[in-house]
Design a protein around this ligand. Structure first.
Ligand code: PMP
Length: 379
């Protein structure tokens, strides 16, 4: 028997228990083959079937239009920071630049990589000066005019800072492809895929095990490679699409478990059901934070608070300032109650509770109960 724990890790993160149980049950004998999925050739009809079913279910879940390709790549979301530069800078006009919105640690890394590769970028919004707390007004952004823009880039949910856009970025120049990092919130709410040129996500939060990276790309963008930067084969979207994500050996087991997650999501009622649950979970936790009389403080502007990653500080009631001592005490007490991986990212400190799809509402309720209990020992 195993003990129940509550796992608030930002990623790799909690998985749906039924998915783990199914994977365990078929680990050494998948579908009466007397083999594990991880022992199947990626060229076998069995794995081809797994890949096809997985893509089919993902298309159903996200209502992916026919003119979009689903690619499984490797190297994590970080590789996509480079891949999109190689693949999307080909453009008939000169002086091409890409616009970046920097709203947290991950979009900052993305623009840093584009700059490192030597392309021209315009940071059209940067919340660094306000410590990435969601001081965002999309109506004041001046984008590069359409003829010279390669793409507009943003991160839908900043995992470290807990900053999430409430809806798809609007008012972007019409013909410019919208590129989005959805690593930590894909599959958590409904959205219109057709508003994007490219969406990517590392698997290890809402999709499945680390090792697979999901890319959705509108097919007309498969032909936009940078004219002189030579794209490494493993980052080539067109090559990946042409070879059905099997130019080389894909992360077969990670894709298979992701497929189990998609089946689980469909059984749960799909993305609308997840969205409803995620909203309730986040509201429960933010309400507990905001009604703690300043003991718990979330610095993020309300409109941009993430439903997936909730960062907060524990503050000294006399000074009102974040207290490392209280945070240590809070984390130790949480650990004793089997609430794990609540420590904030090393770059921002404090506490962070990640509430991905697989986290049930009970996991939020036990945390909120503990926060009240903790408050009583401080006041
Ligand atoms: N983007 C976001 C929003 C992330 O949360 C992460 C990882 N936490 C990354 C990019 C980088 O992903 P990977 O570790 O898969 O390269």
């Amino acid at each position: 028997t195993t003990t129940t724990v509550w796992n608030y890790s930002a990623g790799p993160a909690i998985m749906p228990k039924p998915v783990l149980q199914k994977a365990a049950a078929e680990l050494v004998n998948w579908n009466n083959t007397a083999m594990s999925v991880m022992e199947l050739s990626h060229r076998s009809p069995e794995f081809e079937q797994i890949l096809a079913t997985t893509e089919h279910n993902l298309r159903t879940l996200l209502a992916i239009p026919h003119n979009y390709r689903v690619l499984w790549m490797q190297g994590g979301a970080t590789s996509q920071f480079s891949a999109l530069v190689y693949n999307l800078f080909g453009h008939p006009h000169e002086h091409v630049a890409a616009d970046y919105l920097v709203t947290g640690a991950w979009s900052a890394k993305a623009v840093q990589e584009a700059n490192r590769l030597g392309v021209k970028t315009n940071v059209v919004l940067d919340t660094t000066a306000s410590n990435h707390t969601g001081s965002i007004d999309p109506t004041t952004i001046h984008y590069t005019p359409a003829p010279n823009a390669a793409y507009v880039y943003y991160c839908d949910n900043e995992t470290v800072h807990g900053v999430e856009f409430p809806a798809v970025l609007a008012n972007v120049p019409a013909s410019v492809p919208l590129v989005c990092d959805m690593s930590s919130n894909i599959l958590s709410r409904t959205f219109d895929v057709s508003k994007f040129g490219l969406i990517f996500a590392g698997a290890q939060k809402n999709i499945g095990p680390a090792g697979a990276t999901l890319v959705l790309i509108r097919d007309d963008l498969l032909d936009r490679k940078h004219p002189t930067l030579v794209c490494p084969v493993m980052m080539d979207y067109a090559l990946c699409a042409k070879n059905n994500s099997m130019y080389n050996t894909p992360p077969t087991y990670a894709i298979y478990v992701s497929g189990l997650v998609f089946e689980w999501l469909l059984q749960q009622g799909g993305i609308p059901a997840m969205e409803k649950r995620n909203k309730e979970k986040a509201e429960t936790l933010y309400t507990a934070i905001d009604s703690s009389n300043g003991l718990f403080v979330c610095p993020v502007a309300k409109t941009y608070r993430s439903r997936m990653n909730v960062p907060f500080r524990v503050c000294d009631p006399t000074t009102g300032q974040p207290s490392n001592d209280l945070e240590k005490r809070f984390l130790n007490g949480a650990q004793e109650r089997r609430m794990l991986q609540l420590k904030g990212h090393r770059s921002v400190g404090g506490i962070r509770a990640s509430l991905y799809n697989a986290m049930p509402i009970e996991g939020v309720n036990v945390l909120v109960d503990y926060m009240r209990e903790f408050a009583a020992t401080v006041n």
